[in-house]
Design a protein around this ligand. Structure first.
Ligand SMILES: NC(=O)c1ccc[n+]([C@@H]2O[C@H](COP(=O)([O-])OP(=O)(O)OC[C@H]3O[C@@H](n4cnc5c(N)ncnc54)[C@H](OP(=O)(O)O)[C@@H]3O)[C@@H](O)[C@H]2O)c1
Length: 244
């Protein structure tokens, strides 16, 4: 899969979970990976793992709730590696509460990290991609962008919004040869889904997807060129109801 050799990939939320798995998978394919998250220890550890294995990675401490941090993230990535070829908006946060009990600060955080940060990062990288007439963005969506789930009001609102934003960006950038994908998994075994799994009585963990399975799908999207195009790739747990 040498299409990814030396490609510059910016991945948010790459310190753990799905983002970490995507970073490792991209680096194995020879991409230059710039990872962003708040917890420096985690992104530094992933960067070290990649660099020790002969890959190329940097870690950039970023709070995606901050517009200036997002601008700095893109600037530092491009200073280190050159123009971003692939942006993977992966970082996310999930907190559970019925709508009547969602605090304003919880609402603001979930909308800010899951949706506003995606808009800000895309607005930062798209002009360069449009000028170069190439580029790819993968927005990590969710089943919660397609359906409603109790106690996930803010999360569902953000993930539905992500679909709307992705549709518009795809329309606006198609003539520049840019590809905008949404990768929408169901339940994945990560820290983000811990509270949810506990609320469902910690059902069989083997039935939950691994971050590596999602990373495999991201690799597929990143190497899809030519006449074929996947707008949204939905990954459901095998045990969940087909076609929902
Ligand atoms: N796990 C699932 O079941 C599942 C299902 C469908 C979709 N998804 C989506 O998949 C994506 C990754 O989730 P995951 O399950 O891998 O979650 P995770 O293991 O909790 O990792 C989330 C990542 O996002 C980062 N992040 C959170 N808030 C941030 C902020 N303010 N600024 C910068 N980075 C921030 C975290 O780093 P710091 O805390 O260090 O900042 C961490 O690296 C999310 O978009 C999520 O909605 C997950």
């Amino acid at each position: 899969m040498h299409e990814l050799k030396d490609k510059v990939v910016q991945i948010t939320g790459a310190g753990r979970g799905i983002g970490r798995a995507i970073a490792l998978a991209m680096a194995r394919e020879g991409a230059k990976v710039a990872m962003a998250a708040r917890t420096e220890r985690e992104i530094n550890t992933v960067a070290e793992e990649i660099n020790l294995a002969g890959g190329t990675a940097i870690a950039i401490r970023t709070d995606l709730m901050s517009e200036s941090d997002i601008k700095k993230m893109v600037y530092e990535t491009e200073q280190a590696f050159g123009p971003i070829d692939i942006l993977i908006n992966n970082a996310g946060v999930l907190k559970l509460a019925p709508v009547t009990e969602i605090s304003t600060s919880m609402w603001d955080e979930l909308i800010s990290v899951n949706l506003r940060a995606v808009f800000l990062a895309c607005r930062e990288v798209l002009p360069g991609m449009m000028e170069r007439k190439s580029g790819r963005i993968i927005n990590i969506g969710s089943m919660a962008g397609r359906r409603g789930y109790v106690e996930q009001g803010a999360y569902c609102a953000a993930k539905h919004g992500l679909i709307g934003l992705s549709k518009v960006m795809a329309l606006e950038t198609q003539r520049y040869g840019i590809r905008i994908h949404v990768l929408a998994p169901g339940g994945v075994l990560t820290g983000l889904s811990e509270e949810l799994r506990a609320s469902r009585g910690n059902e069989n963990e083997d039935a939950w997807m691994t971050p590596e399975e999602v990373a495999q799908a991201a690799l597929y999207l990143c190497t899809q060129n030519g006449a074929a195009m996947t707008d949204e790739l939905v990954l459901r747990r095998y045990e969940s109801e087909p076609w929902r």
